[in-house]
Design a protein around this ligand. Structure first.
Ligand SMILES: Nc1ncnc2c1ncn2[C@@H]1O[C@H](COP(=O)(O)OP(=O)(O)O)[C@@H](O)[C@H]1O
Ligand SMILES: [Mg+2]
Length: 301
């Protein structure tokens, strides 16, 4: 993090951070997230994206800022309140109210998953916000069109007997992920981006928000929970279906295709962030999903 930009952020927003800049919270985006305190003493989080991280990182930071400023006030889900921000040539910073604490996937109760299903149904049912362009690159669709075969083969070939068939039928897989009409999605929906406050779920980290596949938010919860040994219970999808009118079979087929496609086509690069045990769990789940997908296609399930 260039020191000059951080200094400018702290001066302009008049905040102090509780920790040393090196002490990072869970962050895969490259942005620095700091627990902070406002000048009047309120607990807050400061998310700083310097321009040195590159154009895509800045575009994502501006998308998140636009979400907090324009969409969050009218969205049917809770998000941290935007207290202040800085949008400059040298970077973007958002100052957010401290909205609660995360809980790791294994600690989520069935009723929490159900609450999340209802919240996501509300979000996906919201009209696409007007004005800004909420389209953005889609890593899964890109990987299905032009897969990195070396990477996929070296991670999966020894472990996934049906890999050849999945690769050959990837257009079908892609079409199924898109079976539900596009909606406004969170785009990075996993338990580390969800905080809990007074029984409600507050959605953080809106850098990937925009027009997308509803199945992506639901399936990604399972993608990220799997290495922890957690199986997302049916309560998530049941509550979603109880809130939003869509065909159960279509949704379930889209979810299966989405989760399977993410594991096969995108997950090999993320394996490096996981423990051997986490990787083994992903391999087991992917084999199960592949079997389920292939037998459903044959008309068995
Ligand atoms: N407003 C907030 N209230 C409570 N916790 C937050 C808030 N903003 C961020 N966090 C915590 O900081 C972590 C990293 O922030 P996040 O916005 O997800 O950054 P990144 O894009 O780097 O993943 C989150 O996973 C969450 O635990
Ligand atoms: Mg995050």
């Amino acid at each position: 993090m260039p020191h000059a930009f951080m200094t400018m952020v702290l001066d302009t927003l008049r905040v102090t951070t509780d920790q040393k800049p090196e002490a990072r919270l869970e962050s895969r985006s490259g942005a620095n997230v700091h627990a902070a305190r406002t000048s009047d003493g309120h607990a807050a989080y400061l998310k700083v994206t310097p321009a040195t991280l590159g154009a895509p990182a800045i575009a994502a930071a501006r998308r998140e800022l636009r979400f907090y400023a324009e969409v969050a006030p009218v969205a049917p889900v809770r998000a941290p309140r935007l207290l202040d921000y800085l949008d400059a040539e040298s970077g973007v910073a958002v100052l957010l109210e401290a909205a609660g604490e995360t809980r790791q996937a294994p600690a989520w109760t069935t009723s929490m998953w159900a609450d999340l299903g209802r919240d996501l149904a509300g979000l996906h049912g919201m009209a696409i916000p007007p004005g800004a362009d909420w389209q953005h690159p889609d890593a899964l669709q890109e990987a299905l069109i032009d897969p990195n075969l070396d990477e996929i083969n070296s991670f999966w070939a020894p472990m996934l007997p049906h890999l050849g068939e999945l690769l050959a039928r990837r257009v079908e897989l892609m079409e199924q992920t898109r079976a539900l009409p596009p909606a406004f999605v969170h785009g990075d929906c996993h338990t580390a981006n969800l905080v809990h406050s007074a029984g409600a779920i507050v959605f953080c980290d809106w850098q990937a928000a925009g027009i997308g596949r509803p199945a992506s938010d639901l399936a990604f919860l399972s993608v990220r929970a799997t290495p922890t040994g957690t199986t997302v219970p049916p309560a998530l999808v049941n509550a979603y279906l109880g809130t939003r009118a869509c065909d159960r079979r279509t949704l379930q087929r889209a979810l299966l295709a989405e989760e399977l496609a993410v594991f096969v086509f995108l997950w090999p690069v993320f394996a490096a962030f996981n423990t051997p045990e986490g990787i083994a769990r992903v391999r087991r789940r992917t084999r199960e999903l592949a079997q389920r997908w292939l037998s459903a296609e044959a008309g068995v399930a």
